[in-house]
Write a protein that binds this ligand. Structure first.
Ligand code: SF4
Length: 311
């Protein structure tokens, strides 16, 4: 059962919300390419970011279409934007060879990890990437080195299957935490003569977790806004749950299903691919429930939904 909120309810917003720079630049690139195409279709292989509202906005307003495979692109020579997570070297080359106008919106941070993977592979290292096996970012990074020179480790079973190597370099998915994979490091070290560990977790995601941690400690209920398939948003939910009842929502409508009975403080955090307009809508609904005027700030000193996110 859901209860209305009340006027004593305080709303606190984490100090960093909205798009990270990688997502913002990718969305901007897709919009610019759509404007350059003057109404013609622009494509992305897979969703450009993990947020369904942004994907819908790009499709409806800018004719930017996410497709699952190249053969779904019905326009020879069309512009294809590579998404923030990047792609394999083979897929990128395949797009160019097929005559598409390829624009690369891979986040610079992910590009750097791809480059490091190539450099270390060229020096004879076996590349071990710690993270979620099916995540497009990891598939993309792994696709920049020969298949027999890379292993993705997500579980203890993956680690057990890792063959002995002379030299291993360890990389991380940009949105995990080092703690999540601490268990793997000693095991990998036991499988090689030399091990290098590169800290490839993105600083933006680390900061987001700290900011959500700060707010979650101070409130009774946390609302984390972000795609249900967004890895960094799910991580924020895990962090928040240590301190407060936490609800992960993707759509502002989901607010209506939350039980606010007796809740005096609500915190808000967002994943790195959550647009500001979604935060605004959620805060608007919360203010309405709390009986606050639309322009009223959230907790003083915290970001308000209408202020630009710090990056
Ligand atoms: S979270 Fe970090 S790695 Fe991922 S897109 Fe944003 S800036 Fe790039």
């Amino acid at each position: 059962m859901c209860y209305p909120a009340h006027s004593e309810m305080e709303i606190k917003i984490a100090r960093e919300i909205g798009y990270c720079y990688g997502v913002r630049d990718a969305v901007d690139m897709a919009i610019e390419e759509s404007e350059r195409a003057r109404g013609g279709k622009v494509f992305t292989l897979g969703p450009i970011i993990h947020n369904p509202d942004t994907i819908e906005m790009l499709e409806n307003r800018y004719s930017v279409h996410a497709v699952d495979a190249v053969d779904q692109i019905d326009r020879p020579g069309a512009t294809v934007v590579i998404r923030t997570h990047g792609t394999t070297a083979e897929k990128a080359k395949g797009l160019s060879d097929a005559g598409f106008d390829v624009k690369d919106a891979t986040c610079p941070f992910v590009l750097k990890t791809q480059r490091k993977a190539r450099e270390f592979a060229a020096e004879g290292y076996h590349i071990v990437i710690l993270g979620h096996k099916k995540h497009p970012e990891l598939i993309g990074i792994a696709g920049h080195v020969p298949p027999d020179q890379v292993t993705i480790v997500d579980t203890r079973e993956d680690l057990a299957n890792l063959k002995r190597q002379l030299k291993i370099v360890v990389l991380f998915q940009s949105t995990v935490t080092y703690d999540d994979y601490a268990w793997a490091i000693a095991g990998i070290g036991a499988k090689c003569y030399e091990m290098r560990v590169l800290q490839t977790v993105c600083g933006v995601t680390i900061t987001r977790q700290k900011r959500v941690d700060e707010v979650a400690r101070e409130v009774e209920l946390m609302i984390v806004i972000g795609g249900k398939n967004s890895s960094n948003t799910k991580k924020l939910v895990d962090v928040s749950r240590k301190y407060a009842r936490t609800v992960h929502i993707e759509d502002p409508e989901e607010i209506e299903a939350i039980d606010f009975a007796g809740v005096k403080s609500v915190g808000i955090g967002t994943g790195t691919s959550t647009p500001d307009f979604l935060v605004d809508r959620v805060v608007g609904r919360l203010k309405a429930k709390a009986g606050l005027p639309a322009g009223a700030p959230a907790k003083a000193g915290e970001a308000t939904a209408t202020s630009p996110p710090s990056r």
